[in-house]
Design a protein around this ligand. Structure first.
Ligand code: GLU
Length: 417
């Protein structure tokens, strides 16, 4: 069986939820199409003097509830369709956690590992110039995603500000503290995944201090999640990156793994104090929770058939294919959906944007308290929908809330012109 890509998955998830929520046909039809996708080609002068042209996109999916919001990724698998799916997921995510935002996403097709710092800077600045016609502090606010970070956001903020003629920190979130970033943003997505994993364990009656957890991906989200769950007493038995997975059934020494990766060019390869297994082995470990924290479509039907975790908590966007989700539902393996589990990042992005708009800054404790309150409320709302409406799975329950909120905004605003 060939499985569908991220955009078809996203649309199928919407269709599935539609049965459980009363939405006007015309409005539902509008929700299926991105408002716009800008495609740009970016000529960049490489270090050797040659010129290379990169393809890139910014998709604004739905803006009924507020300015568009979503990250920018640098990855070889970026495509127009992928960016549209990710922008759709941002729309449902911001609606589910009730932020006054719509959904967007951007991406540049490139392999950042093969580019120098200065080439990445030129590419980022040229991309910002390419999309500055459609982004803005009140229209569309980018943020970090796969392979982008505070440094990248500072270049975007600088390039946009130079064209405006004055500093515009609120054009982008996830900035370094020195140029208007907020305390807690770098950790926010991993902290959110940890909060949601703990809530899920509580719901399932699993003690976090007795729990075995496997995490696929050791970038910003995976590594922070591993550290915070380890600090809460969980046994993080396996983590992985593109070089493979490390496994220790008695629990990895997560700070030691992180220190090794930091001194090893960002790679797990060669870590001496654990067994090496494949990424496929990691996905099928018998653990209390499996946390995919890398990219889309890693839990396929084949993996879902063999998966032995008691629950999947989606830290990545779109890690489970639509067909794989059906297999897991039949096997009674709950999947806590991405649009809730990884919403911590965009929640703290919202708090950063609010602080920038008020020229004011909050303490870390205040940011973390607000993050936790919003996430636990959304978790409770999702569970109430799941249990109250006889809905087949948690993702569908989350979608009914998100679709209803977005559809209501369209209903009130009407169709104009
Ligand atoms: N890229 C993150 C996500 O997928 C964060 C987006 C944002 O902060 O705007 O949710």
């Amino acid at each position: 069986m060939t499985e569908t890509g991220p955009l078809d998955n996203m649309l199928a998830q919407m269709e599935q939820a539609r049965e459980y929520v009363d939405i006007d046909d015309g409005i539902f039809e509008r929700l299926k199409y991105p408002e716009r996708t800008l495609s740009v080609s970016l000529p960049v002068r490489m270090d050797d003097g040659s010129v290379e042209v990169f393809d890139a996109y910014r998709c604004q999916f739905d803006g009924a509830r507020g300015p568009f919001k979503g990250g920018i990724r640098f990855h070889p698998t970026v495509s127009e369709e992928e960016v549209q799916a990710l922008a759709g997921w941002m729309t449902w995510k911001t609606a589910l956690v009730d932020l006054p935002f719509g959904g967007a996403k951007g991406g540049i097709i490139c392999q950042p590992k093969e580019l120098s710092q200065s080439e990445i800077e030129q590419l980022t600045r040229r991309y910002t110039e390419g999309i500055r016609r459609i982004i803005g502090p009140d229209t569309d606010i980018p943020a970090p995603d796969v392979n982008t970070n505070p440094r990248t956001m500072a270049w975007i903020m600088d390039t946009y500000s130079v064209y405006q003629g004055y500093a515009v920190p609120e054009i982008v979130t996830g900035k370094p503290l020195e140029v208007g970033g907020t305390a807690g943003r770098v950790e926010a997505t991993g902290r959110g995944v940890t909060i949601i994993t703990e809530e899920t364990f509580e719901y399932l009656g699993t003690d976090v201090a007795q729990a075995d957890v496997a995490i696929q991906g050791f970038g910003n989200v995976g590594s922070v999640t591993a550290r915070l769950l380890h600090e809460r007493g969980a046994n993080v038995v396996a983590v992985s990156d593109v070089t493979g997975a490390v496994y220790d059934p008695s629990g990895l020494d997560v700070p030691d793994v992180s220190a090794y990766v930091e001194n090893n060019d960002g790679r797990l390869e060669g870590y001496p104090d654990a067994e090496f297994i494949t990424n496929d082995d990691l996905l099928t470990l018998d653990v209390d929770a499996l946390i995919p924290a890398a990219i889309e479509d890693v839990i396929t039907v084949d993996v879902a058939d063999r998966l032995e975790a008691d629950v999947v908590v989606e830290a990545a966007n779109g890690p489970t294919t639509f067909d794989a989700a059906a297999v897991l539902r039949d096997r009674d393996v709950p999947v806590v959906p991405d649009i809730l589990a990884n919403a911590g990042g965009v929640i703290v992005s919202y708090l950063e944007w609010v602080q920038n708009s008020q020229q004011y800054s909050w303490e870390l404790e205040e940011v973390n308290r607000d993050l936790e309150a919003r996430l636990t409320e959304a978790f409770d709302e999702m569970l109430a929908a799941y249990e109250g409406k006889d809905i087949p799975d948690l993702r569908t329950a989350a979608y009914t809330i998100a679709l209803e909120r977005t559809a209501d905004a369209h209903e009130y605003r009407g169709l104009f012109p």
